[in-house]
Design a protein around this ligand. Structure first.
Ligand code: FAD
Length: 435
């Protein structure tokens, strides 16, 4: 069997894996990345569907000076080919539409739903109180928290749409503090953009940046086993084109999710408290994605639209309004996301998709003339996020020198791509400190 030696072996070239590679290589650390798929980016890539660049997962791309994801591109001297999502945010309820202004958005949203300025001020103050004085605990859901102050259906619907679209669960499932942490930290740190030529282009450019700096990155390379001796990770067996290779490494960073990391290493190497936590925190956030193509945009707002008071639909966005490059000339691409009624129960897929289509017709009647290009159910090993928000696994594992990165270890208050990049930064800092 082939053998090699490196400082750090990274398993998986998703956002977490590639951001870790970018940070390590600029510190002069020798890195090998093994990715099982023929492409990099994982749930943040795209494929060509009849000339449309359709995402494998994420749509809103965090970027800007304070974005850690952006920082990884800067680390390897690659410019992010993203364009700011024009228009910002809009909320649609059965009774009408609210476009969020540059300032005063939270109060405006609440007042739009309540149509009662005094009550809206009271609720907006309670939000401020939670974010600046004392965060409510995660012991109750956001829906329960809000019910203490109002049972106004429109306001509950509005936050159901918001939480579904940004946090990936229902309002009755969302740990209260997680919404406030997200509003305070997660939403304010960066701008949202759209990948101009598709997500694959963006992640390919990051991969090119890291390989130009000296990372050995190999696709279609499957990690079969992480080798553990005396509670220490010492290497892994990877396979490409039927040829096995043992890679010995001082540190191993796994981007395949905490469950798969245990599977690859063998459960017997993980002490009981970690395994108990892993089993307690099994829930992922499933989402149903419809990519829709049409000659006319389905709506006239170029930003992100959250919908409330629907059966299942929570999110609509038409990236071609910002980046026409993503579709053949004269065509538009729209994406919708929907959250199942119960994110931990059976998905009841047929029913959910039927409901989603009815919701889209109700809110976006031009859907009648459109075509569904792709219908994707993201769950199990390819979910929207690998853990419920507020219930991440730690990046360190009980096996010495073995770390996890990615959205299975999201810092609280952050989600998706940015959270995956942040987990990598933490791990790299730990590796640098430990030497
Ligand atoms: C429908 C949907 C919509 C989303 N929308 C957004 C959004 O708008 N904005 C946002 O910020 N986030 C969004 N997200 C979340 C975002 O896509 C993810 O949080 C992020 O991409 C997760 O990256 P990751 O590093 O955890 O790894 P992943 O993308 O899961 O990558 C892991 C990689 O490891 C590889 N791998 C697995 N097993 C092995 C093995 N044994 N050997 C070698 N390689 C292996 C996989 O092939 C994969 O490439 C969305 C997700 C989905 C699914």
């Amino acid at each position: 069997m082939k053998e090699s030696k490196t400082d750090v072996l990274i398993i998986g070239a998703g956002v977490g894996g590639l951001c870790a590679a970018a940070k390590l290589i600029t510190k002069g650390i020798k890195v090998i990345v093994a990715e099982s798929l023929p492409y990099v980016g994982g749930r943040f890539s795209s494929r060509d569907c009849n000339g449309f660049q359709v995402t494998t997962g994420a749509i809103m791309v965090p970027y800007g000076e304070t974005s850690i994801f952006n920082e990884s591109f800067d680390d390897v001297g690659v410019k992010m080919r993203v364009r700011e999502a024009k228009g910002g945010f809009q909320y649609k309820l059965q009774k009408g539409t609210y476009t969020v202004p540059d300032k005063g958005g939270l109060f405006g949203m609440i007042n739009f739903a309540l149509e009662d300025e005094e009550k809206a001020k009271e609720i907006a103050n309670l939000f401020k109180h939670a974010m600046t004085w004392m965060m409510p605990s995660d012991a109750i859901s956001f829906k329960e928290w809000l019910m203490q102050y109002t049972d106004n259906q429109d306001l509950h619907d509005l936050f159901q749409g918001y939480i579904g679209a940004f946090i990936g669960v229902n309002a009755y499932e969302c740990p209260t503090a997680e919404l406030f942490r997200f509003l305070r930290d997660g939403m304010t740190r960066f701008k949202f953009g759209v990948s101009i030529h598709g997500n694959a282009d963006l992640m390919d450019s990051l991969a090119e940046g890291v390989t130009n700096k000296g990372v050995r990155l190999s696709t279609e390379t499957y990690c079969k086993k992480i080798i553990v001796e005396n509670y220490r990770a010492i290497g892994a067996i990877i396979e490409k084109n039927g040829v096995e290779e043992t890679v010995y490494a001082d540190h191993i960073i796994s981007n395949v999710g905490p469950n798969m990391t245990v599977e690859l290493s063998g459960e017997e190497h993980f002490e009981r408290s970690y395994m108990t936590l892993l089993k307690e925190r099994q829930s992922v956030t499933p989402v149903i994605h419809l990519a829709i193509c049409a000659r006319e945009p389905l709506h006239d707002f170029p930003g992100i639209i959250c919908t409330g008071g629907t059966r299942r639909l929570v999110f609509m966005e038409s990236p071609t309004m910002t980046c026409p490059e993503l579709a053949p000339e004269g065509w538009h691409l729209s994406n919708t996301f929907s959250v199942p009624a119960n994110t931990t129960g059976p998905l009841r897929l047929e029913e959910t998709i039927e409901f989603v289509k009815q919701d889209i017709l109700d809110f976006f009647p031009k859907f009648k003339e459109a075509e569904v290009l792709l219908q994707a159910t993201h769950h199990r090993e390819w979910p929207a996020m690998r853990r419920w928000p507020g219930f991440p696994m730690p990046t360190k594992t009980p096996v010495e020198n073995l770390y996890n990165v990615g959205d299975g270890c999201m810092p609280r208050g952050f989600v998706g791509i940015e959270a995956a990049a942040m987990s990598s930064k933490d791990v790299v800092e730990d590796i640098l400190i430990r030497g």
